[in-house]
Design a protein around this ligand. Structure first.
Ligand SMILES: CC(C)(COP(=O)(O)OP(=O)(O)OC[C@H]1O[C@@H](n2cnc3c(N)ncnc32)[C@H](O)[C@@H]1OP(=O)(O)O)[C@@H](O)C(=O)NCCC(=O)NCCS
Length: 200
């Protein structure tokens, strides 16, 4: 479950409107997170299904992608970079939950799973950045125990490649950190349950 994605297929030739059309969620949103959301590392076998539903912005240089599942539906993702990060600690990136599924605890589950994985790999801290204007995300991460990293807001400007396509960015990022040496209990994801079972 923890292996890295070694072989990544190229992005399928799908235009954005078609991709949007494929992202219909069917009749019902997932149940409130009463234990129904599983978080596990993206596997190559699941890549096509997840890619059809979620943006996976970091896929081209993916290290660890965690995917949240509601049954057989991927409902969110978070990427973890372990190397070459701004703060020198693992960094959670590309946390994404489709708009219609937000506010149900999926982002929280993804963050907790990332923290647990960092803890298991021997790290004391994990970091995340968000735009100064992304007040909702900043509120969420502060509520989850993240604090300012002590870095002045970092400007990112220029052209970056997302899934092979150039995208102009001009933003100010706030970096937050959290200690992960403490047990991130309270999560109900199967990912963490399984990990705890393995530990006992
Ligand atoms: C930020 C994000 C991942 C949160 O996912 P989520 O599943 O809604 O998160 P949770 O349900 O665990 O927590 C809800 C909290 O997320 C925050 N949030 C941010 N945008 C939100 C939105 N559009 N709807 C609901 N909550 C949102 C709020 O702080 C909310 O807490 P509140 O109840 O105090 O308002 C999701 O809103 C998202 O994908 N946003 C777009 C991408 C993004 O900004 N990523 C974060 C970069 S660090």
């Amino acid at each position: 479950m923890h292996r890295r994605l070694s072989v990544l297929r190229p992005e399928p030739e799908v235009r954005q409107p078609e991709r949007d059309a494929r992202q219909g969620w069917g009749p019902g949103p997932p149940a409130e997170n009463g234990g129904s959301i599983d978080v596990r590392e993206l596997s190559e076998a699941e890549l096509e299904l997840v890619d059809a539903r979620l943006p996976l912005h970091r896929l081209d240089n993916a290290q660890t992608y965690l995917v949240a599942w509601d049954g057989d539906k991927p409902v969110g993702h978070a990427h973890i970079s372990w190397e070459s990060t701004r703060l020198g600690t693992p960094e959670i990136q590309d946390v994404f939950v489709p708009e219609e599924l937000r506010g149900r605890g999926i982002g929280t589950e993804l963050s907790r799973a990332a923290e647990q994985l960092a803890h298991e790999r021997g790290y004391d801290q994990i970091s995340i950045s968000a735009s100064v204007t992304n007040e909702g995300a900043l509120r969420l991460y502060r509520r989850l125990g993240y604090r300012d990293a002590g870095l002045k807001p970092q400007r990112v400007a220029g052209t970056i490649l997302i899934r092979g396509k150039p995208v102009e960015v001009n933003d100010m990022l706030i970096y937050l950190v959290k200690e992960v040496a403490v047990d991130s209990s309270g999560s109900r994801s199967s990912y963490l349950r399984e990990r705890r079972k393995e530990e006992t």
